[in-house]
Design a protein around this ligand. Sequence first.
Ligand code: UD1
Length: 351
Amino acid sequence: MKRILTIVGARPQFIKAAAISHVIKEKYPDSISEDILHTGQHYDDSMSGRFFDELDIPRPKYNLGVGSAPHGAQTATMLKNIEEVILSNTYDGIIVYGDTNSTLAGALAASKQHLPVYHIEAGLRSFNRNMPEEINRILTDHVSHLLFAPTQTAVQNLRNEGFTESSILLSGDVMLDNVRHYAPIAAASQTPHDADILLTLHRNFNADSKERLNNILSAIDAFASEHHVHVLFPVHPRTRQMLENMNFNSIQTTEPLSYLQTLAQLDRSRLVMTDSGGLQKEAYFCGKPSVILRSETEWKEIVDDGAALLADADPLRIRNAAESLWKTTPNAPTAFGDGHAAEKIIKILAS
Ligand code: UD1
């Protein structure tokens, strides 16, 4: 029996962990045992607890409850506590996901204890080192034992950085597994809001700048009112306080959506506008175009396929991108695997 410690902490990681945990539970119950450690980076029920319930993820064995803090303090608290868990157990390896501070803390703690690190969603690069996520993913990749790359672009990024071929595995994207599995469940169980555009914003460079937020929201509001449509804007806690005293006629704010609500809302939408990496992919997987409210993306396949346009916080680019994507339907995704990434990953870990 191989003992794995899975480290999660932020909303997108709970979603990715669901795909992996389900395969372990259903197909490898006799060869892999998984304990989940939740750092507590996200702690509101709307950002954390309800994802475990809705996606039927095993309850974390450890919850560090680190909460919010500046980057150094938050990562350091996680590092110290994860190390204690690792030292008082006999794990054979750890799984980390993506690019958050929880990812980096887990990877660092484990690699210093010579415990193999398995990085799921490895090799992503924005080539923008001002993003904390870019630092986290580069460092995590470089201390990982196995790098599960979701796309060929991610594989190439890793090759360019000199990783050995035997450490890189093209697995496909576990988020595609999830969309395929949960979209019919969402369609049968959720009632979406009546809105044609789904908007989210949480990146530090947008959420922490009133000027960028105002530019983005004004442009989207103008587009929506010209087209007589509504925008649904589920607000990440980070963004909430900056929105005080900002009101836009066509934009309806709401609490963060659950995973199933998000999938149902995507199905109801014609267009997505977002700075989230995860949501631009989910939109693409659900056949919806997106305007990316950033100057670059790690998921260049979506832009190359004509399903998304980069608009940054530039009002003119946002309006033009929305106009040109408004009536389009993206192709089916081909670059993200076959919807069985989790099975491929677990088969390798089990052997
Ligand atoms: C983090 C990740 C980002 C990921 C995102 C998903 C890092 C550096 N960033 O960004 O890559 O895309 O999660 O959502 O790890 N807050 C709450 N309640 C919560 C969570 C956050 O109120 O449950 C507020 C706090 O004020 C906190 C702020 O949001 O200071 C930012 O949270 P944090 O986890 O540090 O970063 P995110 O912006 O969520």
